[in-house]
Design a protein around this ligand. Structure first.
Ligand code: FAD
Ligand code: SIN
Length: 525
């Protein structure tokens, strides 16, 4: 079945919701999402959104902090443009009704690692939830929006895939989606925006929800888009170490408000690695924890927030406190066990700041994209800002682009016709093996030997999955495994190309910086 729209947006995180909000004023929008709004990285965001909101702060200071964190790989003009829009982006969210915290009539700004000033606007410790709810509420009030809830985008449909090479440049015409009842629909549009978020699920331990399987990145790659800087996976230093809740993030804002990191002997060990201690940038703190865990043969380190006092913890961190209490842990009286976990993909589909890709009429925004803002390491709380700025610029760019309506009818999904219903243990095994391989060999500290070992295993899994894919009806589990398997190969290949240590990529074989500052670009052709 084919359905046509003016615009298709895939993903209902910050970037997708904002793009859809803007586009509904100009045409019929299909908003496709495989989960509800709670299942996005956006909804889980705790710390806040960075922007220059205080008279004593400056755009230049925020720019410098972003460049320093990015370790020489940020695209400076992109950084300047995004940071300049920080204050208006936050003001816009406030005018839409986002309930950021205030103190004595002023916006309350918190601090996070790598920032020289307090500049993080937040809604207690559930900023992403507040932003998502605000944007979703405005969208529901509009007739032009068509929700495809619990629908999973599978692959893009492009002119080149349809064999139309007469068109000089490949153009995106739409995509295939899997409905909740297993039907596959073809959706057509003049413009397609992928806002499908990150790829944390390639690792065993991640702060990301289960939807983060890099689907948009994999779809864009299969459609012909180059990928940039995929070796830079950011590990968040402080995720709860607990068997019952392995992915609970303990916001960096806790350290911003004064919480300490301790080893088993009670020593604030991060100062042994960097003069800024707990407030050093995330790559440094995560590596310090990893090193300390290995050096002392402990399972975890500890976050100590006891001295902040119960009233402060209750006021600023009510959700984290409640979730910990549910596990029998009280931050006001106990040190909390923590480990680093995969958190944010700094690389992604190579795009402009407006989300333009190598394929006409195809845009990628938010965490799936690599605009050049983050370089080799993202500064905390710059991601929500990037999502919203990119979504706005993307819509502005689309509205300026006049494209002819496609003349071709979209092909229906070809199921191949060969259905062997084999046992599914292979899927389960490959999910597990792939994520364990990435965690053990492509983690915070890397070496060529580990990366080659990971690549060999990963290629074997990918061969198996490709054969399985062509012989079985598709379902979400299989499609996601296909995508994380492709993305892990691309992450490993990117890491092997970088013969230096920079930002989030640390190699035992190449511990030094290269003089040349180059992005890693992989091309599908
Ligand atoms: P997401 O918000 O992840 O949304 C992706 C959407 O795409 C989801 O709706 C998903 O269902 C949908 N989707 C994916 N694949 C498909 C498919 N195949 N078909 C249909 N739909 C699909 N950043 C900050 O700046 N500040 C913070 O305080 C902060 N805290 C964070 C805390 C946590 C726990 C995490 C995980 C991240 C945090 N980040 C933070 C990072 C930031 O939240 C994300 O980078 C950002 O929200 C990504 O937004 P997005 O719109 O690109 O994608
Ligand atoms: C956090 O609250 O620590 C997450 C902030 C971020 O990832 O930007």
């Amino acid at each position: 079945m084919q359905k046509n729209f003016d615009f298709i947006v895939v993903g209902n995180g910050a970037s997708g919701l904002l793009a859809a909000n803007r586009l509904v004023k100009f045409g019929r929008v299909a908003l496709v999402s495989k989960g509800d709004i709670r299942e996005s990285n956006t909804y889980q965001a705790q710390g806040g959104i960075a922007g220059v909101m205080h008279a004593l702060d400056s755009v230049q200071s925020h720019v410098q902090d972003t460049l320093r964190a990015g370790a020489g790989l940020c695209h400076e003009e992109v950084v300047q443009r995004v940071i300049e829009r920080g204050s208006s982006t936050i003001q816009n969210l406030i005018s839409l009704g986002t309930g950021f915290d205030h103190h004595e009539g002023e916006l309350h700004l918190t601090q996070e690692g790598g920032h020289s000033n307090r500049r993080i606007a937040h809604a207690q410790d559930a900023t992403g939830q507040a932003i998502s709810n605000t944007l979703a509420t405005h969208l529901h009030a509009n007739d032009n929006i068509h929700f495809f809830k619990q629908h999973m985008a599978i692959d893009l449909i492009t002119t080149h895939q349809m064999g139309c090479f007469r068109e000089q440049k490949n153009r995106c015409l739409g995509l295939y989606v899997l409905s909740p009842i297993g039907e596959i629909l073809s959706l057509g549009a003049l413009h397609v925006i992928l806002a499908t978020g990150g790829v944390g699920k390639v690792y065993m331990y991640t702060t990301n929800p289960s939807v983060a399987t890099g689907d948009g990145m994999a779809m864009a790659w299969r459609a012909g888009c180059p990928m940039m800087n995929l070796e830079f996976m950011q590990f968040h230093p402080t995720t709860l170490y607990h068997a019952q809740s392995p992915s609970l993030l303990l916001s960096e804002a806790l350290r911003g408000e004064g919480a300490h990191l301790l080893n088993k002997s009670g020593h604030r060990f991060v100062f042994d690695y960097h003069e800024k201690g707990e407030m050093a940038s995330r790559d440094i703190v995560a590596r310090a924890i990893d090193h300390e865990i290995k050096k002392t043969a402990q399972d975890c380190m500890f976050l100590d927030a006891r001295h902040l006092g119960k009233p402060c913890l209750q006021r600023h961190f009510p959700n984290i406190s409640k979730r910990l209490l549910g596990l029998g842990l009280d931050m006001s009286t106990q040190q909390i066990p923590i480990v680093p976990a995969a958190h944010y993909m700094c690389g992604g589909v190579q795009t402009t700041l407006s989300g333009q890709t190598a394929v006409d009429s195809l845009y990628v925004v938010g965490e799936s994209a690599c605009s050049g803002l983050h370089g080799a390491n993202r500064l905390a709380s710059n991601s929500l800002l990037e999502c919203l700025v990119m979504a706005e610029l993307c819509v502005e760019s689309i509205l300026k682009t006049d494209v002819p309506a496609p003349t071709q009818r979209l092909p229906t999904w070809d199921s191949g016709g060969i259905f062997k219903q084999k046992e599914r243990i292979q899927i389960k095994q490959n999910w597990h093996e792939l994520r364990a391989t990435m965690s053990n060999y492509v983690g915070i500290v890397r070496s060529d030997e580990r990366l080659h070992r990971a690549l060999r295993r990963q290629q074997m899994i990918q061969e198996e999955m490709t054969a399985y894919y062509w012989q079985h009806p598709v379902d979400r589990d299989l499609l996601e495994l296909r995508n994380i398997s492709l993305l892990s190969e691309l992450i490993i290949r990117s890491a092997l190309q970088r013969k230096e240590s920079r930002g989030l990529h640390y190699s035992l074989d190449y511990p030094e910086f290269n003089a040349k500052k180059e992005d890693t670009v992989l091309s599908p052709h």
